[in-house]
Write a protein of this length. Structure first.
Length: 184
């Protein structure tokens, strides 16, 4: 161990190998890199659908879904391959509403790829694991967003440290109440 906080780095930053999946999910956000990565995975044939999730975002003057859909189309994803969830306002809603969309479309997710921000990957994964059926297997493909936060640099500036520690705090608040349900 190089630093005493390496356990935080390993916990927060999740990345897995990819595998053929039923859908590529994107928890809502306004970073084009999310859909660019999802489009690349789609074009590699890893999933037949992409489901970006996200409602109105004042910084976009549209929904996060519409923004991400447009990025996907620009990157060669057929419109019919992009499913729609345009109301979610937080990560739990992204997960819940995305599952509803999948089920309405007759997609019962056994394997799912999640494209998310690198520093948001643990919280996003735990959220989707909380909402989706227990047998769903998740693969995580993180992107580096405009904050440029990575597992190699998050501890080098006060702003980045604060952002990561906020993720740690949110994970505790979000998931502490769910732990007894996971054990049952």
């Amino acid at each position: 161990m190089l630093y005493p906080f390496d356990c935080i780095t390993e916990f927060i930053f999740v990345e897995t190998a990819m595998a053929q999946s039923d859908v590529i999910l994107i928890p809502g956000a306004s970073q084009p890199q999310l859909m660019e990565k999802a489009a690349l995975l789609y074009q590699q044939g890893l999933a037949p659908y992409i489901l970006p999730s996200g409602g109105v975002n004042p910084s976009l003057e549209s929904t996060e879904w519409e923004f991400l859909r447009n990025v996907g189309i620009t990157n060669g994803v057929p419109e019919g391959a992009i499913l729609k969830e345009d109301t979610a306002q937080n990560t739990f809603e992204n997960a819940s509403f995305s599952l509803e969309v999948l089920l309405r479309n007759g997609i019962y997710p056994k394997k799912v790829i999640m494209v998310c921000k690198a520093y948001h990957s643990r919280r996003a994964l735990l959220t989707y694991q909380t909402v989706f059926p227990k047998e769903t297997e998740f693969f995580v493909s993180p992107i580096i967003d405009r904050t440029e936060i990575t597992k190699e640099n998050w501890f080098l500036t006060e702003d980045r440290i604060k952002r990561i520690m906020t993720e740690v705090e949110k994970i505790g608040k979000y998931f502490g109440p769910h732990i007894p349900n996971w054990v049952k």
